[in-house]
Design a protein around this ligand. Structure first.
Ligand code: OOG
Ligand code: MG
Length: 280
């Protein structure tokens, strides 16, 4: 099913983002992911039919999906980093961080009731989110540059939803599936990054009033701003930059937890306040 055709490939910037699939294979996989997302249906991971698929192919599918949403006049709010903590890497069995795009349609207000019938098998995870006030670009961006370009930080819960059966995937497949992006909720108190030690923020994740996980923000790459730098570096490899005014989630601090209709979830962050939601 997979085919390679050198005359039919996009060019891209970096060796690690090398692509092997033809433009028509990328379109086929983009159709598959889009249908699974829209229909809230689990599908086999993409490498079952396309075993030679590379990380670059995964990002080609993700960017094709993003382009479809933008062509439909939907608005991108920013990007996210994923698999940036050991807890998340261990849980998913994937040891390389990834990025995904975030759209306004994925945002839900603090305290929202979130439907589960249009999701496959949702999970929640707590994250530190950043909003930028200056553009960031390049393969060598530093934590200090990220902090200087940060307008404010705020607490977030991401609702992830892998479109792959059993919530099991490899790096290429999850990247194509926009790194499981589904919904996100911000809340609490927006704070200036310089007023906080962003590496030592404690967080307690509760489901139905019971603590299910707790950790400190250093679990994310030693410092969550490093995960924002990672987003910028991956974007550079894809020939993209992070514009000013971007919303960026830095990745789950603890492992993610399955949720079902009726569940109430609250993440309590030191210094940043709490974010809560109910599922229905
Ligand atoms: C991939 C998405 C990871 C995070 O914060 O680690 C992610 C997954 O775990 O399904 O968003
Ligand atoms: Mg996440």
């Amino acid at each position: 099913m997979s085919s390679t055709n050198d005359n039919n490939k996009d060019t891209n910037n970096s060796a690690s983002m090398a692509r092997t699939l033809s433009i028509s294979d990328i379109a086929t996989l983009t159709d598959r992911i889009e249908a699974a997302q829209r229909g809230a249906r689990a599908i086999p991971k993409l490498t079952e039919d396309f075993p030679g698929m590379t990380l670059g192919d995964g990002y080609a599918v993700q960017l094709a999906l993003r382009q479809r949403w933008l062509n439909a006049c939907l608005r991108q709010t920013g990007w996210k980093a994923g698999l940036t903590s050991k807890a998340k890497m261990d849980q998913m069995g994937v040891r390389v961080p990834c990025i995904g795009f975030l759209m306004a349609e994925m945002a839900r207000p603090e305290g929202a009731v979130i439907r589960t019938d249009d999701l496959v098998h949702p999970r929640v995870e707590c994250e530190v989110a950043f909003v930028t006030k200056a553009p960031l670009a390049g393969a060598h961006v530093t934590r200090e540059e990220v902090l200087a370009a940060t307008d404010f930080v705020l607490p977030a819960i991401e609702v992830i939803d892998s479109r792959f059966s059993g919530f099991k995937f490899d790096l290429q497949s999850v990247v194509a599936d926009n790194s499981s992006s589904a919904r996100y909720v911000t809340g609490g108190r927006a704070r200036l990054a310089e007023e906080l030690d962003l590496a030592t923020l404690g967080v307690v994740m509760e489901r139905n009033g019971e603590p299910v996980a707790m950790a400190a923000s250093a679990a994310v790459m030693g410092h969550p701003a490093d995960a924002v730098a990672l987003v910028v570096k991956v974007l550079a490899e894809l020939g993209e930059t992070l514009p000013a005014g971007s919303f960026v989630m830095s990745g789950g601090i603890t492992e993610a937890f399955a949720v079902k209709a009726g569940d109430f979830v609250c993440a309590r962050f030191q210094e940043l306040g709490s974010v809560a939601m109910r599922f229905a």
